[in-house]
Write a protein that binds this ligand. Sequence first.
Ligand SMILES: Nc1ncnc2c1ncn2[C@@H]1O[C@H](COP(=O)(O)OP(=O)(O)O)[C@@H](O)[C@H]1O
Ligand SMILES: [Mg+2]
Length: 200
Amino acid sequence: MTDVVGFIHSKGGVGKSTLTVFVALALHSNGLIVRVLDADPQASVHRWSITAAKSRDPLPIDVVSTPSPQAVSDEVSAARSEGIDIVLIDTPPGTPAVLDEVVKLVDLALIPTAASPMDIDRVWPTLDLLANVPTAVVLNALDARETAATVAKETLEEAGVDVADTTVPMRASVRRAFGTNPSVPAVYRELADEIKEAVS
Ligand SMILES: Nc1ncnc2c1ncn2[C@@H]1O[C@H](COP(=O)(O)OP(=O)(O)O)[C@@H](O)[C@H]1O
Ligand SMILES: [Mg+2]
């Protein structure tokens, strides 16, 4: 069975694309056959993959650009028939048509967000889009000194929103990782384990 996980947040710059790549690499290193669909027309993840492929150290996972609803649907079907274990879909910000298709296909939606009140404020409309889908918020790019993460987790959980136990710190090596095949910090393996658990 092919599990399908979407990385979704109506806001840009919250870390969707970066998290997609690092989680994909963590799942791959756990032995799963992973495919990434890049449903964002800006194609950051696809460009990441192309840039790495031109170096001597390509990403060890397939990345397919799927900027239209039809392309997403076709590629998920292809992944299922090829026996891919897990498909991760990176999505654009806003509420474009491609997102409606992604929402129909996912078994789990992850909402990466910083812990700032402004980012959390935009989680609510994203949750509305995902009303019928199992969803978890992933607190991402956290500053070690900030207490906002604790407050954000409490606020979300009081409203009945699942928050991943794993929180992802801000890291300079992650910020610089675009276009490379980066080493994967342990925190992404923990998150990958939570994701596997959630879809199993
Ligand atoms: N854990 C992290 N630590 C440091 N920088 C991060 C982290 N996650 C994302 N970033 C950076 O934040 C910016 C936005 O991330 P990106 O993945 O492009 O977000 P989105 O896809 O939601 O627009 C990028 O510059 C990226 O390198
Ligand atoms: Mg992106």
